[in-house]
Design a protein around this ligand. Structure first.
Ligand SMILES: [Zn+2]
Length: 97
């Protein structure tokens, strides 16, 4: 009975909020992946808790769940592997070497 190991994430103090993603017209990746990316409106734009800006190509990467520090995300438009970090209370992505 190894089921307890699989259910370990249920012990997280807070459940992550899930998001339904819709296409926003971003067309630089195959259609199947378009809803995971969108163009960034610039520094004045407030990002949703499931969004983070790619520091390389300045595209917004969208996750189906709320992002947290330590999450790994992939930017398909520029093929960067990124890790989520916190900076001044905001989530930012850094290139994960
Ligand atoms: Zn990128």
């Amino acid at each position: 009975m190894n089921d307890t190991l699989i259910n370990k994430t249920d012990d997280e103090p807070e459940k992550r909020q899930m998001y339904v993603l819709e296409e926003t017209g971003f067309n630089e990746v195959p259609k199947k992946f378009r809803r995971f990316y969108r163009k960034w409106g610039g520094p004045s734009e407030t990002l949703a808790p499931n969004e983070v800006v790619c520091p390389v190509c300045k595209i917004v990467i969208r996750s189906m769940q709320e992002l947290r520090v330590g999450d790994k995300v992939y930017c398909m438009p520029c093929m960067s592997r990124l890790i989520v970090e916190e900076e001044n209370g905001l989530l930012v992505a850094r290139v994960n070497y």
